[in-house]
Design a protein around this ligand. Structure first.
Ligand code: ADP
Ligand code: ASP
Ligand code: MG
Length: 461
């Protein structure tokens, strides 16, 4: 049995200014039937500034780099000031602590005697965490000023992770335990907990972050720990679209997706979701709604274990087109050695060794193509692959993929897409790497025309 609680997550795009905070507070306060738990991202643009801060400090010095954050601190203070003198003073105090703590952390980064790489990564995460902590604190003030019994919660006390800084993985049992311990007394006391997404802490209490865009993951981890009724992700678009609506104007909302489809769309790079975010919800089958915080009457997308009414399922084989940029393509022409060792086990061994997110995009008996994030240590992967055959590396690549459960039973969609692709480049090949995707790799500069053309053919006819 699920509990009556709803987890409501608001991204940075919903929290960019005073009217954003007001809208978010209104949405939280109107959720009367199921008491909400708020999970928030940093105010838009703040995490980018925090992530680049140590690099900037090394270039221009700690004082100048720290100064560059003032514009963001000012945004927080300006919103708190609209709430009255007391809220403004409280925000000012919290900002002052953040300012001092960040400056100390920056001194560590720039210490000429040098810290270890692991130490640097830990310091970076500690710095990055301030965006979420400050926006959660500010939203608590906004809610209090409206008369809500809201409580700021330090998310690091709930989300427990390993120590893979910048891409930490949650320790599920420990997270469930700590989340319940922190949040249940507040919920029992009819208070509205507000916590930052993205951040966690190790067993020994060091601050970690779970990767860019991972506030969505925080929301589903909290939802699962509390066995919530549902998780709502409030963003700047009306749900998950048939393609990224910022690139394809004709893209439209997909009313329903299964966990598997949504997972695949996230894996292929759709920023509105986050890879892995559905995992914590599967066993309890907790539904996720993706909604627009600026247009709450729009229906959005429901993501759940199965189609609500199977007899009414759409017959489109393809639900969405997604793309992932900033990839390097690695082609390996197989040798007997690669074939003998079997692709799968060879690649899996490489993955374990380098901890690099490698993805197979095509394979034949003679040839294998892999995609790798361009900021991953590509060279060391390539060095290892050279033991197995001739290796070719192509930078600035992107994957474009079509996703839909019904691809499992291969409808006519496959042929239609192959035809369109040929008009772009006869050499491009669609690969069905998983039962619910069809993907191809192209030069990054050609992504947008390809998306538009595919969208026209698949969804606009
Ligand atoms: P938030 O601040 O709410 O986390 P993000 O900017 O991280 O918002 O994610 C929302 C953005 O995701 C949208 O503005 C849109 O440009 C992008 N996006 C990419 N693919 C899709 C898609 N298939 N459907 C909807 N949005 C998408
Ligand atoms: N603020 C973090 C980021 O910008 C996390 C998030 O928004 O989900 O990546
Ligand atoms: Mg996001």
């Amino acid at each position: 049995m699920s509990t009556p609680f709803t987890v409501m997550k608001f991204g940075g795009t919903s929290l960019e200014d005073v009217s954003g905070f007001e809208r978010v507070a209104h949405l939280l306060r109107s959720e009367v039937a199921s008491p909400p738990i708020a999970v928030v991202s940093a105010m838009s643009g703040f995490t980018d500034a925090l992530v680049t801060l140590p690099g900037l400090a090394r270039k221009v010095g700690v004082a100048k780099a720290a100064e560059s954050l003032e514009v963001h601190f000012e945004r927080h203070l300006a919103i708190a000031s609209t709430l009255g003198h007391s809220s403004a003073s409280r925000m000012r105090l919290v900002l002052e602590s953040a300012r001092n703590e960040i400056a100390t952390l920056l001194e560590c980064c720039c210490d000429p005697t040098g810290t270890s790489l692991a130490g640097e990564a830990a310091t970076q995460d500690a710095i990055s965490s301030y965006g979420e902590m400050l926006s959660a604190y500010l939203l608590t003030l906004v809610l209090e000023s409206l008369g809500s019994h809201a409580s700021y919660v330090d998310a690091r006390r709930c989300i427990k992770t390993d120590d893979a800084f910048a891409k930490a993985q949650p320790l599920i049992e420990s997270t469930v335990l700590h989340t319940r311990m922190e949040l249940q007394p507040l919920l029992n006391g009819k208070r509205l907990p507000v916590l930052g997404g993205f951040i966690g802490s190790t067993r020994s209490g060091e601050t970690t972050t779970m990767g860019r865009g991972s506030s969505n993951y925080t929301a589903t981890l909290i939802g699962s720990a509390l066995n919530a009724r549902e998780v709502q992700i409030w963003t700047d678009v009306n749900g998950v679209h048939t393609a990224d609506p910022s690139l394809v104007k004709q893209a439209r909302t997909i009313p329903y997706l299964s966990y598997d489809e949504a997972d695949e769309i996230a894996r292929l790079g759709a920023k509105v979701l986050h890879q892995g975010m559905f995992e914590p919800l599967r066993a309890q089958q907790i539904p996720v709604y993706i909604r627009n915080s600026r247009l709450d009457e729009a229906q959005g997308t429901l993501i759940a274990a199965r189609y609500p009414d199977p007899s009414n399922a759409p017959d489109k084989s393809i639900k969405a087109i997604a793309h992932r940029n900033h990839l390097v393509r690695i082609d390996v022409c197989s040798t007997p050695k690669l074939v003998d060792n079997r692709y799968q086990s060879t690649i899996e061994a490489l993955l374990r060794k380098h901890a690099v997110p490698l993805q197979i995009v095509s394979r034949t008996a003679a040839h294998i193509s892999l995609a790798c994030d361009e900021d991953a240590p590509v060279n060391s992967v390539v060095e290892d692959l050279m033991h197995y055959g001739a290796v070719e590396v192509s930078p600035r690549r992107a994957i474009v993929g079509c996703v839909g459960e019904r691809l499992r039973i291969r409808t006519g969609g496959y042929d239609r897409i192959a035809t369109i692709l040929k008009s772009f480049d006869a050499e491009l090949e669609w690969q069905q790497v998983s039962p619910i995707n069809l993907l191809t790799m192209i030069d990054a500069s050609r992504v947008v025309p390809l998306l538009k053309s595919l969208h026209r053919e698949i969804f606009e006819n």
